[in-house]
Design a protein. Structure first.
Length: 130
């Protein structure tokens, strides 16, 4: 996790410098705020990864003297296919479109998003497709 943390922190620092230069050279607020948001998109996950990399044991990818056999074994378990992420995406899109179409679509979106959350919780507790 150290490599990922350093890359994201470097991105955040780079865009912080660019944001400061942009502000002092142009005094334009919208571009400065976008660069500030980009800086935060690098610093927030980068600092989180850096915090975790100091508290967990090093992975084989983080060890410069690691051998190929150190990374062998079970990698992880992956979830089965599910319809609920799609339902959540449609619900979120309905909520976002309610600003354009009308607020009645927000109720449809909240129902779909709530059903998706409940579906994911039920599916994760049962261990398969619901």
């Amino acid at each position: 996790m150290k490599v990922e943390a350093y890359v994201l922190l470097a991105i955040g620092v780079f865009f912080g410098i660019v944001c400061a230069l942009y502000w002092f050279l142009s005094y334009e607020t919208s571009g400065t705020l976008m660069l500030l948001g980009t800086m935060l998109l690098g610093l927030c996950p980068g600092s989180y990864y850096f915090w975790w990399s100091r508290r967990m044991k090093p992975r084989p990818e983080d060890n410069p003297n690691a051998e190929r056999a150190d990374g062998a074994g079970v990698v992880a378990t992956f979830p089965s296919s599910s319809i609920w992420p799609f339902v959540l995406g449609v619900g979120a899109a309905s909520i976002a479109l309610s600003l354009v179409i009308g607020f009645w679509t927000a109720s449809v979106g909240f129902v779909l998003a709530g059903a998706a959350v409940l579906g994911v919780v039920r599916e994760s507790r049962r261990g398969g497709a619901v």
